[in-house]
Design a protein around this ligand. Structure first.
Ligand SMILES: Cc1cc2nc3c(=O)[nH]c(=O)nc-3n(C[C@H](O)[C@H](O)[C@H](O)COP(=O)(O)OP(=O)(O)OC[C@H]3O[C@@H](n4cnc5c(N)ncnc54)[C@H](O)[C@@H]3O)c2cc1C
Length: 307
């Protein structure tokens, strides 16, 4: 119920405009969002690197409606890539950036989007890092994966994201494994109809475990993106049983979520990357985090009352 409510709210443009420009809303977002500027994202990235945690910097933004906004997003990400390249921190793996293709005009056409993202991959390759392409709603899955494959063939420094709630993902895992494309596996954060995604959480979890084991066994540098304790324990047990060294895979979590588990993984010598969002366009991302856990709403309400 609450999940549907917050996912519907995440697509409300009027509420989005109002809240993103409201100074009163800003302090409430700090649990999940590193700050408003690239400097804020880099500062968090440096702190995490000092604790042995890598990052994927995400300049918040999605579904832009003008070419100018897509071009501006490209400039932002080029600056983020240069900044991560210059961080020179002791993190176990280089910092990466995460992007959403609708941030680069996918709604305005594939060619326009490709013109914006191709230079990002060229820059990432020159810097010895990679670009992770987040997966958005199922309306974009096929087009996103087509661009992933194009960037993989042209530059090689891409990681795709696949969502365990989609029926199609088993085939996508097999294909990306065959092509040697690294995959970040997550459960999936959007509202999807029952003809494209498992409606029951138990089925999503079972599919996640199945796909995770395929990726760990056969994938290239897979990333397990979850805060679900049962899944984390299962991944650790699988890696132990198969004798997989931690360099063969990584865990990923979102900034601000399950901090004790983050520390535990690092203490156990596992590779961990945190997804660190920053920027002004925080509303859809923030609402998806509320949708994932109703207790977050309580946390928010308590903070509001304290003010
Ligand atoms: C690094 C990373 C990248 C992601 N990229 C994408 C993407 O590109 N596309 C996409 O659709 N989705 C993405 N997601 C989101 C993902 O699909 C899930 O919606 C989200 O991770 C919640 O699923 P879970 O595996 O943590 O399990 P859940 O079963 O949802 O949660 C397990 C436990 O984790 C904790 N938890 C989970 N979420 C929250 C939260 N928001 N606040 C507080 N506690 C929480 C709770 O204790 C919960 O009981 C990403 C997630 C991660 C970690």
């Amino acid at each position: 119920m609450l999940r549907h409510l917050f996912l519907s709210l995440s697509r409300q443009p009027h509420l989005r405009r109002f809240l993103e420009s409201s100074p009163a809303a800003r302090p409430l977002t700090t649990r999940f969002i590193a700050g408003r500027t690239l400097a804020d994202g880099i500062a968090v990235s440096r702190q995490l690197a000092a604790r042995g945690i890598s990052t994927a910097l995400d300049h918040l933004g999605e579904n832009v409606t003008t070419e100018a906004a897509a071009i501006a997003a490209r400039a932002e990400i080029l600056a983020a890539l240069d900044a991560t390249g210059a961080t020179a921190t002791p993190a176990p793996s280089p910092s990466t950036v995460a992007i959403k293709l609708t941030q680069f005009g996918l709604d305005l056409g594939d060619d326009l989007c490709l013109r914006q993202v191709d230079p990002l991959f060229a820059r990432a390759r020159a810097l010895g890092t990679r670009v992770e392409i987040d997966m958005e709603s199922s309306a974009y899955t096929a087009r996103t994966l087509a661009i992933v494959k194009q960037m993989h063939a042209a530059h090689g420094c891409v990681r795709a994201v696949l969502q365990a709630y989609l029926y199609r993902t088993e085939n996508d895992v097999a294909e990306l494994n065959r092509l040697g494309v690294p995959v970040r596996l997550c459960k999936g954060a959007y509202q999807e109809p029952p003809d494209v995604a498992f409606p029951r959480k138990a089925d999503v979890n079972a599919n996640f475990v199945k796909l995770m084991e395929t990726l760990l066994g056969e994938g290239t540098d897979p990333a397990i993106a979850s805060h679900d304790e049962r899944i984390l324990l299962r991944a650790l047990a699988y890696a132990r049983q198969r004798g997989l060294p931690p360099e063969r895979y990584e865990f990923q979590m979102l900034y601000g979520i399950r901090r004790q588990w983050q520390q535990r993984l690092v203490d156990e010598g596992q590779r961990l990357r945190l997804y660190v969002p920053y920027g002004e366009a925080w509303y859809p991302y923030f609402m998806r985090r509320l949708a994932e856990r109703p207790a977050n709403v309580l946390f928010l309400a308590t903070n509001l009352l304290r003010r």
